[in-house]
Design a protein around this ligand. Structure first.
Ligand SMILES: [Fe+2]
Ligand SMILES: [Fe+2]
Length: 386
């Protein structure tokens, strides 16, 4: 352990510790906290370095340039900018390409300490990623985990974003929304399946258990994810683009669509309540209202999401600076639920419910003569249960 050794060097991770990487090779520091952090560490009189894992298509030189040129602040009177390079020399930035191994391999931390001329036990690593902190400790270095803004865990998958094109602003907010649209596509597909199953249903029979589960999860996702997380976040971005000079009429169609779909969702909730609590006579009519409402909303949103991806988001993104985009990400992560992981799990559960064969088919499978492989599987399960 490193206790009892003087602290002579502090290494930071770059992405999600000092700032956001909004596109490959471009770091936007958190404001004002990263500058304050570097200033405080500098005041301790220790050496400051960076240990960073770069993707294969970003060279060590590009990585060092990305870190050093990241703008911490601008002086309004003189226009002079302060960058991370004012605190961290290029020679103190070690990459996975330099070390020949990625974090959390302990060798990269040892090599970093060597580079700064300190013993590994005299150094501390600070990063947002737990395995990387554990890697530092395994190397004998001290480690301090620095939490990043709420919901940042969700962002780590978005880093391979492409540069801006006609249909993509390359901004982090657009990547986030389009990531959510992928999840929405899966929800819509389930909506189509639910509508088809309800159309084919004999309304005099009880609702099949799997279909009922899928319908309940669909309604839950609509009420707790679609509006609270996604629509509200999109509506929070538009006024910032308007503040930056966008004509608000250019985004009005999206707000109107949201209003329309919220009306459908109100209708869906009424139909669901009638299915759950209504009498036998009304239930058949409620099934009809349920699937018609689903089809109406899914048809509208299928088209809406494509138009947002290709038209609205690139338009909004064109009005934002890097700082606007990073500031917006800080806001968006706090709208609705900061972690959408449970909703991803729920969509999977809905897909499973819809993929399961209906009760009649299950019975036929149960009564079918057993094949060798079915027997083997049965025996294996029996063994596992013992
Ligand atoms: Fe939308
Ligand atoms: Fe959307």
């Amino acid at each position: 352990m490193a206790e009892g050794h003087p602290l002579r060097a502090v290494f930071f991770d770059a992405r999600d510790t000092l700032g956001s990487v909004d596109r490959p090779g471009h770091l936007v520091p958190y404001r004002p906290t990263t500058e304050q952090l570097l200033e405080s560490v500098k005041a301790l009189g220790v050496k400051i370095g960076v240990i960073t894992n770069l993707p294969d298509n970003v060279s060590s030189e590009q990585g060092r340039k990305m870190v050093r040129e990241a703008v911490l602040s601008e002086e309004p009177a003189t226009g002079k900018v302060r960058t991370i390079g004012d605190y961290i020399p290029a020679a103190h930035i070690i990459t996975n390409h330099d070390a020949g191994v990625d974090k959390p391999d302990p060798r990269i931390y040892k090599k970093a300490a060597e580079l700064l001329g300190v013993h590994v036990k005299e150094a501390l690593f600070c990063g947002e990623n737990l395995p990387e902190c554990l890697g530092a400790e395994a190397a004998g270095m001290r480690a301090q985990r620095k939490p990043f803004p709420p919901g940042g865990e969700f962002l780590s998958a978005l880093i391979t974003k492409l540069p801006s094109t006609k249909t993509n602003s390359g901004r982090a907010f657009e990547a986030l929304f389009e990531h959510e649209h992928v999840l929405a596509d899966r929800i819509f597909l389930c909506g189509h399946k639910i509508a088809d199953a309800l159309k084919a249903l004999d309304a005099t029979k009880p609702l099949p258990a799997n279909l009922r589960i899928a319908m309940g999860l669909f309604v839950y996702l609509i009420n707790n994810f679609a509006d609270q997380v996604h629509l509200r976040a999109e509506e929070a971005v538009i006024p910032i683009a308007v503040a930056r000079g966008m004509d608000p009429r250019l985004a009005q169609w999206a707000i109107n669509d949201h209003e329309q779909v919220r009306a459908y969702w109100g209708s869906l909730n009424v139909a669901w309540k009638r299915i759950l609590t209504g009498d036998d006579d009304d239930r058949a009519w409620a099934y009809g209202d349920f699937w018609r409402t689903i089809e109406a909303q899914v048809t509208l949103l299928d088209h809406h999401a494509v138009r947002e991806n290709d038209e609205l988001f690139p338009l909004l993104g064109g009005f934002f600076s890097d700082q606007d985009d990073t500031m917006l990400m800080g806001i968006l992560m706090q709208i609705g639920w900061s972690n959408v992981g449970p909703f991803v799990t729920m969509v999977g559960a809905m897909e499973n419910a819809l993929a399961a064969p209906p009760a009649a088919a299950r019975l036929a499978i149960k009564n079918a003569p057993k094949t060798k492989s079915a027997k083997t599987r049965g025996n294996a399960r029996a063994r596992a249960a013992r």
